[in-house]
Design a protein. Structure first.
Length: 247
């Protein structure tokens, strides 16, 4: 699977991969890239079915999405990297931490769904809706979950959602509908930073906070007055945490 990616920063610096939210692409990391690129070789990629990546027919699985990232490391000629992921990208990060521990130094996982399969019917229904009506059918509702009402600069994110291929979005919904990463949390050995927000209705904080005790040595941060896509709405809070954790 060929994943689209954009590299920024010194070619000889430690590598950091950035994995995006469902429906978004590498452009969502604009508030982070320039800051991280002062220290790291930043590789912001699009999941399969998103952005400029290939769009195979679904359904996909979390093994597919995680395996794509390992193949991306091979393509880049990178033995080990650090990984930052939000939402769907956070779930992929949990999979990588359990299934490819030798390829990653550390993880920063923001609002990661650890057991989306418990809402399998919702994901299947959303997949069917997007295949029938396109991503415009879910864009307004998604923005309402991703941002608090007082955050107004949502137009770039709206464009990303509308640009997302319907089949890619739907097939990633199907991947989430069969994903439960809870059983392997205790096997994770890499340092993990977990970030959740007070007002996240997509991945509620009560589903993220317990992960800090289930992942050995994990560190938890809770961001106040923020919703799901906190990297985009609150970079002033997120960027220092990422820099401190990535080292």
């Amino acid at each position: 699977m060929r994943l689209n990616y954009v590299e920024t920063g010194p070619a000889d610096a430690p590598v950091v991969l950035l994995g995006s939210s469902l429906g978004a692409d590498q452009r969502m990391w604009t508030p982070q890239v320039d800051v991280l690129a002062k220290r790291f070789r930043v590789v912001a990629f699009d999941h399969r079915g998103h952005g400029g990546s290939e769009v195979p027919d679904g359904p996909y699985t979390i093994d597919d999405l995680g395996g794509d990232v390992v193949e991306l490391l091979d393509t880049l000629g990178v033995e080990q990297a650090s990984y930052v992921g939000i939402s769907l990208g956070g779930a992929v990060g949990l999979w990588l931490a359990q299934n490819a521990p030798d390829r990653f130094h550390r993880f920063a996982l923001l609002c990661p769904p650890s057991n989306p399969a418990e809402n399998a019917q919702m994901w299947s229904e959303r997949a069917a809706q997007v295949r029938a009506e396109g991503t415009q059918a879910i864009t307004d509702a998604t923005l309402g979950r991703w941002f608090l009402p007082e955050f107004k600069d949502t137009e770039p994110v709206r464009r990303m959602l509308l640009d997302c291929p319907a089949e890619g979005y739907a097939a990633c919904c199907e991947a989430l509908s069969t994903t439960n990463l809870l059983p392997g949390l205790s096997t994770i050995t890499a340092p993990v930073l977990l970030i959740t927000t007070e007002s996240d209705t997509s991945v509620p904080p009560e589903t993220v906070v317990p992960l800090a005790t289930q992942i050995p040595g994990a560190h938890l941060e809770i961001i106040e007055n923020a919703a799901h896509l906190v990297t985009y709405s609150h970079p002033e809070a997120i960027n220092p945490l990422l820099l401190a954790h990535l080292g």
